[in-house]
Design a protein around this ligand. Structure first.
Ligand code: HEC
Length: 145
C-alpha cells in the first residue's frame, strides 16, 4: 500500500513536472505572440508616421538648401526672401518678385556664384550643387507667397 502510494506520488510528480513544462512553453509562446504583435504594431506605426513626413519634406536637398539660405542669405534677403532690414538698406530685390523670378536659373546661379553690386560672390564657399539647390529654393519662395 505504502509502496503504491509512493509510486503514485512519484507519477504525480512527473505529471506535475510535465504540466509545468507545458505551461512554461505556453507562456513562452504567449510572450512570443505578444512581442511580435507589438513589433508589427510598431512597424505599422512607423510607416504610418514616416509616410506623411516624407511627403511633407519632398527631398533632403530642399531641406539643406533652406538651411544654407538661412545661414548665408537670410541676413540680407530674409528667410522668406522679402529682404531683411540690412538687405533693404542695400536695396536687395524681393526674391519672390517677378523681377527676380523671371530671371532664368542659369543667370540666378551666376549671380549667386559671382555676386552683383552689393551681393557678395559665393562660388568659393558654396558648391555648384548647393548653388543650384539655392536657385530651386528661391523658386519655392515664390510659390509660398
Ligand atoms: C550682404 C548681403 C547679401 C547676402 C549675404 C546675400 N545677398 Fe543676394 N543680393 C544682395 C543685394 C544687395 C542684391 C542686389 C544686387 C543688385 O541687383 O545690384 C542681391 C541680389 C540677389 C539676387 C537677385 C539677382 C538678380 O539678378 O536679380 C539673388 C537671386 C540673390 N541675391 C540670392 C542670394 C543668395 C542665394 C544668397 C545666399 C547664398 C544671397 N543672395 C546672399 C545682398 C546679399
Amino acid at each position: 500500500m505504502s509502496v503504491g502510494r509512493k509510486r503514485r506520488t512519484h507519477k504525480d510528480a512527473i505529471e506535475e513536472f510535465k504540466k509545468g513544462k507545458i505551461m512554461l512553453r505556453d507562456k513562452y509562446r504567449h510572450a512570443l505572440v505578444c512581442t511580435s504583435t507589438i513589433l508589427m504594431a510598431l512597424v505599422g506605426a512607423l510607416i504610418f508616421v514616416s509616410v506623411p513626413m516624407v511627403r511633407a519634406n519632398p527631398s533632403p536637398d530642399s531641406v539643406a538648401a533652406s538651411a544654407t539660405f538661412r545661414t548665408k542669405c537670410a541676413m540680407c534677403h530674409g528667410q522668406d526672401g522679402a529682404g531683411s532690414a540690412v538687405g533693404k538698406s542695400m536695396n536687395v530685390p524681393d526674391l519672390r518678385a517677378p523681377m527676380v523670378q523671371n530671371v532664368p536659373d542659369a543667370e540666378l546661379a551666376q549671380v549667386i556664384s559671382n555676386g552683383k553690386g552689393g551681393m557678395p560672390p559665393f562660388k568659393s564657399s558654396l558648391s555648384e550643387d548647393q548653388i543650384r539647390a539655392l536657385v530651386t529654393h528661391i523658386r519655392s519662395l515664390h510659390q509660398k507667397k
